[in-house]
Design a binder for this molecule. Structure first.
Ligand code: FNR
Length: 182
């Protein structure tokens, strides 16, 4: 039986390049793992006042249960102002609570940052790593995955060029090795 891998995309944009890269990555997993795209744009901004047993939003509960149900998490994200988009940080915060019941604990993760620019989302990639250290997620170290100049890589159907498939496959292979160790 296959195990689920959550795919979280940091962009809410319909035509998101990050989402297109995430779809290309998802195709490269072996049958042992089943990538599942999990929505983050519907999560109300995290607020401790509403996160009580009496008033917890249904979206929080559904999201936490989905993350608890996966073996690992693949993050594919753009960079916003040299950091992580607010929607993705919000999802991390929602999943981390209630205190002591974090959904993220010990879920092996991989981070792929994506940008039309040359710096390739390096700032977002490493800010995200900082949060994942605190959330106790073992994170893929190598190969590092910074995808820059993304508009040159994707064709009009959202597929990556042949040469890039090999690079994406090397990321997935290394991530699968990490998953297999847990
Ligand atoms: C950006 N963009 C951007 N790009 C980058 O490489 N570094 C950055 O710090 C930023 N900052 C930033 C802030 C905000 C608020 C927006 C909306 C955009 C540009 C960004 O990379 C570009 O819009 C991508 O296309 C966003 O990713 P998706 O939506 O295509 O996945």
């Amino acid at each position: 039986m296959s195990e689920k891998i959550a795919v979280l995309v940091g962009s809410l944009r319909k035509g998101s390049y990050s989402k297109q890269i995430a779809k290309n990555l998802a195709k490269l997993f072996p049958s042992q793992y089943e990538p599942e795209f999990i929505e983050i744009g519907n999560l109300p901004l995290y607020n401790e006042d509403i996160d009580t047993p009496e008033s917890v939003p249904a979206e929080y509960t559904e999201f936490r249960n989905k993350i608890k149900n996966v073996k690992g998490v693949l993050f594919v994200t753009p960079e916003y102002n040299r950091s992580v988009p607010a929607a993705l940080k919000n999802a991390l915060d929602v999943g981390s609570r209630p205190y002591g019941q974090s959904a993220w604990d010990m879920k092996p993760a991989a981070i792929v940052s994506v940008s039309p620019g040359a710096i390739s989302g390096f700032g977002a990639n490493h800010h995200l790593r900082q949060s994942l250290v605190f959330l106790n997620m073992p994170v893929l170290q190598q190969p590092e995955a910074y995808i820059g100049n993304v508009t040159n890589i994707l064709d009009e159907n959202g597929n990556v060029a042949e040469g890039t498939v090999g690079f994406l496959q090397s990321i997935v292979d290394a991530y699968v090795d990490l998953l297999n160790r847990y």
